[in-house]
Design a binder for this molecule. Structure first.
Ligand code: ADP
Length: 493
């Protein structure tokens, strides 16, 4: 059944006023939802509602805000299967991964709800007598949360829960390709008891309303996950207005397979990190850097196994990976494969759009492996966001690290070796926000800081205790109970 999605403004579902749009199952083109593009005046209304709701939400005790988050986790637990089933259709990822996506939001809810009763600051000894100092964290105000389609429930949860627990109000824009899941996210928060106006949603493409979401005078903070191009554009517009911007952007994540590494583990880790979610994760492994002594053996194992992975509809339990999110992304992947061939890389397997039989109506791409990939080739440098793995042969540790670090991105990296000293060394030498030893490049948990270096991020972190900093202002409180004017640095010296 096709559903209709509207904006959520001040607790009411309101029709957006722009062009008609729809959301379809990328595996078969089935129409799932219709909606209209939000316009700038819709965004104005959402921001006004968020602004009006802010004082009361800020005044709500932090543990009470957290209780609403716990209730949302209970609702997600009840609706997990239904939302995951929808995700396997609207996003295309296999059902087991879709369940994991919802589970990540549940985990995040419990993790962040605990902050409701923690929220600790520092108590600082003063250099003057009869004086106390401590720090508190306070909300920023209205936050614009702009999210991508690849983790349609998990990523909104990474941003919404910390924003809410710290007392901020929200205008949320889900990705246009997963608008119906955006509605599910809003429904869960509403049902949990998030007051009207505290959480608002506007739907549609980002470009027509992006400037409004970013530059509106009443927006204090923008939290964005998506492409580097869009993210840097947002940062550029927000900078002169001195708005806080938290960015999670592209990656070109390497896994280094060392000469003494467990090759069985390496191949499985690389396939999961490279082909899971059809390679459409920010942390997907797109480069495998292999020591020359094990290169041929590793490549043989990978090329034997990759074509056997089942590509299919997300709802089929044996699908290893599903459809590509949309046609333009599918074309982009294929274009990159042609570029790789022209650059002189050797196409070992895959390298084609799947069109026959069950694939006819969907956006499917075969598991692809390139060998003979050289540092500096475009397929080695640029984010493809598809099931394409490039294998690069190296001779030394220094060469491996230099290839791994030789890109503009720095999100995650893996190092597979049984040399404990080298593993520790690699964890220091790799330029990345997340370093995995004896694992692929994926698998973040909610309690670990998540984010990247270089052109992947701008210093903020999602997940872990650090996300609280991103969504709050720090205040130092100084209480002088001496009854006189005390002069720091002067009186006692
Ligand atoms: P992806 O490759 O993941 O689709 P995008 O950066 O295009 O990356 O999209 C991520 C999110 O950013 C989506 O919600 C999208 O609608 C939104 N977006 C796209 N363009 C803009 C823009 N100019 N300003 C603000 N948000 C945008």
């Amino acid at each position: 059944m096709t559903e209709h999605v509207q904006n959520l403004i001040n607790g009411q579902w309101v029709e957006a006023s722009g062009d008609k749009l729809d959301s379809r199952d990328p595996a078969n083109g089935e129409l799932l939802a219709t909606f209209r593009q939000a316009t700038n005046s819709d965004v104005d209304a959402a921001i006004a509602a968020a602004k009006a709701a802010f004082p009361a939400w800020k005044a709500t005790p932090q543990p009470k805000r957290a209780e609403i988050i716990v209730r949302s986790a209970e609702i997600l637990l009840k609706r997990k299967e239904e939302i995951a089933q929808l995700m396997s259709r609207e996003n295309g990822k296999p059902i087991a991964e879709a369940r994991g996506d919802v589970q990540e939001a549940i985990d995040m809810a419990f993790y962040i709800a605990a902050e409701g009763r923690r929220g600790w600051g520092h108590t600082i000894p003063a250099e003057m007598p009869n004086k106390r100092m401590y720090t508190i964290r306070q909300p920023l105000g209205v936050c614009s949360l702009i999210t991508p389609w690849n983790f349609p429930i998990a990523i909104p949860s990474w941003k919404s829960y910390p924003a809410l627990v710290m007392g901020n109000t929200i205008v949320f824009k889900p990705a246009e390709d997963t608008t119906l899941l955006g509605k599910r996210w809003a429904e869960v928060l509403l049902e949990a008891g998030v007051p009207a106006g505290v959480f608002n949603m506007v739907v549609g493409h980002g470009a027509p309303i992006g400037d409004k979401l970013v530059t509106h005078p009443d927006v204090r903070m923008i939290s964005f996950t998506g492409s580097t191009r869009t993210g840097l554009g947002i940062a550029t517009k927000a900078a002169p207005l001195n708005k806080r911007v938290s960015l999670e952007m592209g990656g070109k994540n390497p896994v280094i397979v060392w000469e003494d590494g467990d090759l069985e583990l390496a191949v499985n880790a690389v396939m999961w990190a490279g082909y899971g979610t059809s390679g459409q994760r920010c942390t997907a492994c797109s480069r495998v850097i292999v020591h020359e002594k094990v290169h041929d053996q590793f490549l043989k194992m990978l090329v034997e196994r990759a074509p056997k992975l089942k590509v299919g509809h997300g709802s089929e339990p044996d699908s290893f990976f599903g459809a590509i999110i949309n046609e333009s992304q599918l074309k982009k992947i294929d274009e990159y494969v042609q570029i790789g061939v022209k650059e002189g890389a050797k196409l070992e397997c895959g390298g084609k759009i799947l069109k026959d039989g069950a694939y006819a109506k969907g956006n499917f791409y075969a598991a692809t492996v390139f060998s003979n990939v050289k540092p500096g080739m475009r397929i080695e440098q640029e984010e493809i966001f598809g099931p394409v793995i490039s294998v690069i042969k190296v001779k030394s540790y220094n060469e491996a690290i230099s290839v791994a670090n030789g890109v503009q991105y720095g999100l995650s990296a893996g190092f597979i070796s049984n040399d404990v000293n080298l593993c520790h060394k690699a964890s220091i030498d790799l330029d990345c926000g997340l370093c995995y030893i004896n694992a692929g490049s994926t698998g973040a948990e909610v309690s670990t800081p998540f984010g990247g270096w270089k052109n992947t991020g701008n210093g903020h972190r999602e997940g872990g205790p650090t996300v609280i900093d991103a969504f709050s202002e720090l205040k130092t409180v100084v209480i002088d109970y001496s009854g006189k004017v005390q002069k720091a640095q002067i009186d006692n010296n």
